[in-house]
Each structure stands twice: as structure tokens, then as C-alpha cells.
Design a protein around this ligand. Structure first.
Ligand SMILES: CC(=O)SCCNC(=O)CCNC(=O)[C@H](O)C(C)(C)COP(=O)(O)OP(=O)(O)OC[C@H]1O[C@@H](n2cnc3c(N)ncnc32)[C@H](O)[C@@H]1OP(=O)(O)O
Ligand SMILES: CC(C)C(=O)C(=O)O
Length: 557
């Protein structure tokens, strides 16, 4: 038998960066970075069907509404769709005064010329030039040595300078990306950036944006952070550059890399909403922004109606936002499992009684309401659920706050249905079982025919009513708090139904003109069986009598 070679021998570990005195691990992010959305460029170039003008315009308007102040609107030299859309933005005055649009181009004269022409006349804009600098691209894609690669960068900068001079009415900003930075020698990336800076002569007042892409994510995010810190520490004239991050997600850590990159000294983050982009996508701007938000840092981006954002993004990209995507996914605030539901339900109750500003609910790192999500969908019921789950659903749906022991009593019925159906139970399913188990809609054996109550001269409550069974009527009356025991005594003495009352709870239900009351009573029959009765009526007293009769009806079956 021949031994198969371990296929992992094809790969090598990524080399460490020599930075023994790295500072980033002990830093925290205390303010929002500058954000750039590249949805309309890096996102768009990765789509099966790239967006047309209608979708691009819709996406652009969304980005403006969210609060993006820098938006890469396309790659104008790619073709007429891109060019016309960008020109259209400028010519129709659609770009708000506080928003900078950006375009991307290779470092080629004809493409750079077209790029400037697409934006000419805008009050202010960024032109972004890139060329790949890492060994594999140098060898395989360009077949060039380092000096010639540096020359592509430098030459690109000259084209930028010269084309900018053609359109002096626009205030031009420049961005340079040593593409494939993450897999390049950092010193060589610095060399290329320096060459570009020598041509463009940035100043602290008019800095260049140096964008350091993890074009292909090739190592753990700490390595990227080391690369960024090393770059920031060794770049001459650092104060004349805005250091920008552009991470991809090949190893699934694009967001982590961007966060560590900010700790390592970067000022700006490029990415896409919900992480669209080449292959596994770009860094997700929603996640990075809301990660900051949950640390008490205002990201300056508005996701308070996240479902509207998702709707537009899904429409424009023609790709779904996965149900488990951080912050936005359909299921990320939903607990199906019993112990999670129990903890969340308790967390909401504790949050309500604390009534302070701080959010602190188990299993929910962010208040779903901050993103426009309702609490109703937080807990959903299936066969993995516990009593906290359906109790929450009944409370949200019907306003009924079932006592704990009644939840346990009802639980087995819900569990049986969930097992039988083998699917999630909707609020309507749970309410149907509830009505069936507690016979809410069935013809009642013991009926409340009449009820009246008032106050005696000394202020004590007095009540009198009539219970009917098969045409027979029996009066019940009493005073004080003995209502439940008076009804229980009448049931026992007049109808032979012996019930020992174990538990009794009541609460107000609804408010204003809908105000009612709910009451729940737990009884034990002569044979030791446990029965629960539920009463819902206009006032607590009537609801209580109904609860007691409901228990008697269950016992009488
Ligand atoms: C990491 C990124 O996402 S970078 C952005 C990538 N986005 C896009 O490419 C989308 C838009 N691009 C396009 O529509 C087209 O590529 C165009 C119109 C820009 C150019 O098309 P073409 O002229 O056919 O060239 P093509 O795309 O095949 O590029 C390959 C050539 O450009 C050269 N090239 C690639 N990148 C660069 C660069 N940054 N600067 C200069 N030359 C470059 C290659 O070496 C190759 O040259 P060769 O033909 O002499 O071998
Ligand atoms: C052009 C650069 C910024 C890029 O998209 C990448 O490297 O992923």
C-alpha cells in the first residue's frame, strides 16, 4: 500500500514580522476611523452581474443616508456603464457637499486620464491608483524586478499630478495602494509609497491616502497589525499620510485584521456593507462600525434601520445577507434553545427593573432595538426550546404573564406539538395549544351566570354571583379577600367538586379602553391531579372567579 503524502506540505507558514517592541496589543480603539465604502467598486467588481446605473444610484443614496463621507463610486475606465454613472453623479449634483467620491484605476496613463475625466467638475474628489508589489505578482503578473515595480508606482503618481493640473476647478486628493501589501515585504511597500510621495509632495494639510490592502488575507490578523505598525513607524513624513486599511476575508478574519490595524495606528477603513467583495469578500463595514458601537464608541454611521439597509444591499448585489451575519442576519437576535431563552427573558426583566442606561442582557451583545429590530423575534420556539421561550412568546403576543408553575404545566403540551410538527412554532400555534389545553373556547360545564361586587359600609369588599351547571344555579357570595375560597367552597359543597387551591396569580392586561385582567389558579383534585384554570375578564375579581371555574371545568372532565 502506498502512503499518500500529506497535502498540507504544499503550504508554508507566513513569516513573522520583526517587531519585538510592538505597541498595538495594549492599545484600544477610542474613536471612529474615517470610513470608505468600496461597495460600488470592489463590491461591484465581484458580482455575477455588476450593478447598472439604477442599482448603483440606489446604493449610492443608501451610503449617503447611512453617513458615509467617502465613497468609491467605481472604476471609470472599465467601460461606459461605470463612466456614465460617475459622470452622472457629478453632472446631476447628486453628491452632497460633505461627501467625497473616489475612483480606482491601474497605474496606466490612458486609464488615469479617463478616471479624471469622469470626475472633472466635482468640487472635490479622490483618484486612487494601485499596483501590486509583492513577490508573486512581481514575478508572475508583471515579470518585473523591484525597481521597475517602484517605477510603475512613481509613474502613476506623475500621471495623477499631470491629470489633476488639467482640471484645476476640482480639489483633487490622491490615494495610492501598494496592492498585495499583506504578502509583500513591508520595506518594499514603504519604498513604493515613498516614491509616490516624492512626486505628489503631500503635506499634513493636504495629505495623501496610503491604503495598505490585505488583497489576499494570508496570515493571522496580528501579523497584519504588525505590518501596519511597522509601516507607520518607518514611513518618512508619516504626518502627511492618512493610513488606510483594506482587508479581505480569505481566512475569515478580515474584520479582526481591520480592528487590529486600527490599534496599530491606521486612520481609515475601506470595506463593504455586509462584507461583499472579491472571493470571501471585503472587511464588513457594518460589523466594524457596530463592534465600535458596542464598546461605547460612536461610529458615525447610522444602522438604526438595519433591515432597510439589508433590503437595498440584497437588491443591488443580488446576494443574500446570511442569516448568521453579525448584527444584520435574520437570526442573530433569535434564541431557540431553552437555556438561552430563559437567560434572555430574565435579562429583559432585570433590564426593565434596573431602568438605567446601560445595556446588559445575557446572549445579546447589542440592543436589537438600536438597529430597528423588534424584541418579538428575539425568542422563537421549536423542539429545542424551554418554558421561558413560549412564555415570552405568549407574553409578547397575548400579554399573558403565565406563572412559573403554570409554564411548567403547559410546557409538555408545547413540547409535544413541537416534536410532532418538527418545525418552529409560530405564536399562533402556541396560542392555539394554550386555548385547547385550558379550554378557553369550549362550552363550559360550570358557568359564571352573574357577578356583582361592591363595598360594605365598613369599606370591605362584598361580592355575590351565580354559578350555573346544566340549568342548575347556585349562588356564591362572600366578603373580603376570600373570593377564590368562596367559589371553591361553593363548588365543593353544592356540586361535589373538591379542589385544593395551591397557587393563584393575577395581573392587569392591556391598557386604556382595552384594559382587562388575567388570573391563574392551580388546584389539586381529590385524586391528586394538578389542574390549572385561566380567567380573562374586565376586572380582576371576575377574572379570578372565571379562573376558578376554568379549573373546575378541567377537573370535571
Ligand atoms: C485588487 C483589486 O481589486 S484591483 C481592481 C481590479 N478591478 C478591475 O480590474 C475591474 C475593472 N477592470 C477592467 O475593466 C479592466 O481590467 C481594464 C479596462 C481596467 C483594463 O483592461 P485591459 O487593458 O484588458 O487589461 P487587463 O485587465 O487584462 O490587465 C492586465 C494588464 O494590466 C497590467 N496591470 C495590472 N495591474 C496594473 C496596475 N495596477 N498598473 C499598471 N498595469 C497593471 C498587467 O500587467 C497586464 O499587462 P500586460 O497585458 O502587459 O500583461
Ligand atoms: C486596489 C486594492 C485596494 C484592492 O482592492 C485590494 O488590494 O484588494
Amino acid at each position: 500500500m502506498t502512503m499518500l503524502q500529506d497535502p498540507s506540505v504544499k503550504y508554508r507558514p507566513f513569516p513573522q514580522i520583526n517587531l519585538p517592541d510592538r505597541q498595538w496589543p495594549s492599545r484600544t480603539i477610542t474613536q471612529a476611523p474615517r470610513w470608505l465604502s468600496t461597495d460600488l467598486r470592489d463590491g461591484n467588481q465581484s458580482l455575477i452581474d455588476p450593478m447598472g446605473a439604477e442599482k448603483k444610484t440606489r446604493f449610492f443614496d443608501l451610503l449617503v443616508r447611512i453617513g458615509l463621507k467617502e465613497i468609491e463610486v467605481g472604476f471609470p475606465s472599465a467601460g461606459a456603464t461605470e463612466y456614465d454613472f460617475i459622470r452622472g453623479l457629478v453632472d446631476t449634483g447628486r453628491i452632497p457637499a460633505d461627501v467625497l467620491v473616489q475612483v480606482l484605476t491601474q497605474s496606466r496613463e490612458d486609464l488615469i486620464r479617463t478616471s479624471f475625466e469622469s470626475l472633472a467638475g466635482a468640487p472635490e474628489a479622490i483618484v486612487h491608483v494601485y499596483n501590486a508589489v509583492s513577490p508573486l505578482w512581481r514575478q508572475v503578473v508583471f515579470g518585473l524586478e523591484k525597481p521597475q515595480i517602484r517605477e510603475i508606482a512613481s509613474q502613476g503618481a506623475k500621471y495623477l499630478r499631470d491629470q489633476a493640473a488639467r482640471f484645476p476647478q476640482t480639489k483633487w486628493h490622491f490615494e495610492y495602494s501598494p496592492e498585495t501589501f499583506s504578502t509583500a515585504e513591508v520595506d518594499f511597500s514603504i519604498e513604493c509609497c515613498e516614491a509616490v510621495m516624492q512626486v505628489l509632495q503631500p503635506t499634513p494639510e493636504h495629505p495623501i491616502i496610503l491604503n495598505l490592502p490585505a488583497t489576499v488575507e494570508a496570515a493571522t490578523p496580528n501579523i497584519y497589525a504588525d505590518q501596519i505598525e511597522y509601516f507607520c513607524r518607518n514611513l518618512p513624513n508619516r504626518e502627511s499620510a492618512v493610513i488606510s486599511l483594506h482587508t479581505h476575508n480569505d481566512r475569515g478574519t478580515g474584520v479582526a485584521a481591520a480592528e487590529l490595524g486600527l490599534m496599530a495606528g491606521a486612520d481609515r477603513v475601506e470595506g463593504c456593507l455586509f462584507g461583499n467583495g472579491e472571493r470571501t469578500g471585503n472587511c464588513c463595514l457594518v460589523t466594524v462600525a457596530l463592534n465600535l458601537y458596542t464598546q461605547g464608541v460612536n461610529p458615525g454611521l447610522d444602522f438604526s434601520d438595519i433591515d432597510e439597509v439589508i433590503q437595498t444591499v440584497e437588491y443591488c448585489n443580488q446576494l443574500p445577507v446570511p442569516a448568521r451575519h453579525p448584527y444584520g442576519g435574520e437570526l442573530v437576535y433569535t434564541a431557540f434553545s431553552g437555556s438561552h431563552q430563559d437567560a434572555i427573558k430574565k435579562g429583559f426583566a432585570a433590564q426593565e427593573s434596573r431602568n438605567d442606561q446601560l445595556w446588559s442582557v445575557p446572549y445579546l451583545p447589542i440592543d436589537p432595538a438600536d438597529l430597528g429590530r423588534s424584541y418579538e423575534a428575539v425568542i422563537r420556539v421549536n423542539s429545542q426550546s424551554g418554558k421561558g421561550g413560549f412564555a415570552w412568546v405568549i407574553e409578547q403576543d397575548q400579554g399573558l404573564k403565565l406563572p412559573k408553575r403554570m409554564q411548567a404545566h403547559f410546557s409538555r403540551h408545547v413540547q409535544e406539538l413541537a416534536d410532532e410538527l418538527g418545525r418552529e412554532l409560530q405564536a399562533g400555534d402556541i396560542w392555539d395549544v394554550f386555548r385547547k389545553v385550558y379550554r378557553i373556547d369550549e362550552p363550559q360545564h360550570f358557568q359564571l351566570l352573574d357577578w356583582d361586587e361592591g363595598r360594605a359600609a365598613d369599606g370591605t369588599r362584598v361580592f355575590a354571583g351565580k354559578i350555573g351547571v346544566n340549568g342548575q344555579e347556585q349562588s356564591v357570595s362572600g366578603r373580603g379577600n376570600g373570593l377564590i375560597s368562596s367559589v371553591a367552597a361553593t363548588l365543593r359543597d353544592s356540586f361535589g367538586v373538591a379542589l385544593e387551591v395551591r397557587d393563584y396569580t393575577e395581573h392587569a392586561l392591556g391598557s386604556g379602553s382595552d384594559a382587562r385582567a388575567a388570573a391563574y389558579v392551580e388546584c389539586v383534585t381529590a385524586t391528586g391531579a394538578v389542574v390549572w384554570g385561566v380567567g380573562i375578564d374586565e376586572d380582576v375579581a371576575t377574572a379570578s372567579v372565571r379562573a376558578m371555574l376554568s379549573a373546575a371545568n378541567s377537573a370535571a372532565r
